[in-house]
Design a protein around this ligand. Structure first.
Ligand code: ADP
Ligand code: MG
Ligand code: ZN
Length: 376
């Protein structure tokens, strides 16, 4: 169902309301095997060839935690300045969906492995904005449905659906921000800069390639508006699975305009999920949002608690790479370029995690001076 509404202009929306955002980013880890079984995570294999009783949810099959998955989660938590739980458990999030054969997702609920952190992001004018992190927790991906026989590939109009469980059980880390307040008209820019910075960080840690176009990193954009001067948050919408930096920015911007239109006309925002459409830059209604109670979370009885020793955590902390933002600023000083030129260089070229140029022809070197790199 699509209802068209007259959007309020962005400027008018901001004149009356403050946006509050919450970003939930899912990152698929680059581990060789799945989170709770030994199946391969290699992309592009024959459907259902990388499955076993555990990731197919067969009765009696028992999961085992992937140590590299836990290590990656701790690294991400530490890089986000989080506290690392001394002891935490997995939890079952119960719901039925055909691409989830166990009928629950193994996730974490009130005992996440990492919590209370932050990530500093730099906006285009150079200002640094601190985004606070509520938690980062471990979970697993679902399988994939393919709807066949219709014109659009959607379930509507399809004659049947196919299921591929190769992705079911691939480790995911979900990183959830605290409500982001005070960004004002720059809220969409902050959202984009945050996801961009997080992606750089994940790549620098070497825990995932974080390719958004391949779904290895995806972002849910929660957004609400409140009238200026009011403390209480408005009702949020949650735009799911936004999969490019540009779309994150556009989705936030659109929702600001849509919320303002609904509120201005005396309507109420319902808490629901929404889908973002690349072609129109708009969102449409998804499903009414479940409450946590609906998932009947309970501690996973088949997995032992995760209790990382403090020595291990400190070892991982000591091995963290330089923060990408700090690295960029250091290189900028070393190369003696201003912030604007640095941004142009970053836009024009690809840099590896050591700061070398890897644009074209396999060359790899620090750009010698602005404008004279011959690689691109
Ligand atoms: P859910 O499981 O329903 O998605 P989470 O707590 O995992 O809930 O995520 C909600 C996200 O939205 C968090 O980033 C949170 O900070 C943010 N958030 C919560 N309330 C609001 C609100 N009223 N407006 C905007 N963002 C919100
Ligand atoms: Mg959510
Ligand atoms: Zn398996």
């Amino acid at each position: 169902m699509t209802t068209t509404i007259d959007l309020v202009s962005y400027e008018d929306a901001l004149a009356s309301y403050d946006p509050v955002m919450g970003l939930e980013v899912h990152v698929e880890l680059g581990t060789k095997t799945k989170m709770f079984c030994g199946c391969s995570t290699e992309l592009g294999a024959e459907p259902n060839s990388q499955t076993c009783p555990t990731c197919l949810g067969m009765p009696g099959a028992l999961p085992v935690v992937n140590a590299t998955g836990v290590e990656s989660a701790i690294k991400i938590g530490l890089a986000l300045h989080c506290e690392i739980a001394e002891w935490c458990r997995f939890a079952r999030k119960n719901y039925f969906y055909p691409d989830m054969p166990k009928n629950f997702q193994t996730s974490q609920y009130d005992e996440p492995i990492a919590f209370n952190g932050y990530l500093d992001v730099q906006l285009e004018d150079g200002e640094v904005f601190r985004v606070e992190i509520e938690r980062a927790h471990m979970e697993e991906d679902t399988g994939k449905s393919l709807h066949v026989g219709g014109a659009t590939g959607r379930i509507h109009g399809a004659s049947h659906s196919l299921l591929d469980y190769n992705r079911a059980g691939i480790p995911l880390i979900e990183i959830v921000t605290k409500p982001i307040e005070g960004a004002g008209e720059r809220a969409p820019e902050v959202a984009k800069a945050y996801v961009a910075e997080l992606r750089e960080l994940i790549k620098a840690l070497g825990v995932s390639e974080a390719r958004m176009e391949q779904g290895q990193m995806r972002c849910d954009v929660n957004l609400s508006l409140r009238p200026h001067g009011r403390e209480k948050f408005g009702t949020r919408s949650e735009t799911k699975n936004v999969n490019s930096l540009r779309s994150v920015e556009r989705a936030a911007r659109f929702e600001i305009q849509r919320h303002a239109a609904v509120l201005n006309s005396g309507g109420t925002i319902i808490q629901e999920t929404r889908h973002f459409h690349e072609d129109t830059g708009s969102t449409t209604s998804g499903r009414v949002k479940e409450e946590a109670e609906d998932y009947r979370y309970f501690p996973e009885p088949d997995l032992v608690p995760v209790a990382p020793s403090r020595e291990w955590v400190e070892e991982l902390r000591a091995g963290l790479p330089e923060q990408p933002l700090a690295r960029r600023n250091r290189l900028r000083e070393e190369w003696d370029v201003n912030a604007h030129d640095m941004q142009s260089m970053l836009n024009a070229w690809a840099f590896d995690t050591l700061g070398g140029c890897i644009a074209g022809r396999g060359a790899r070197h620090p750009p010698p001076a602005w404008g004279v790199c011959g690689c691109g």
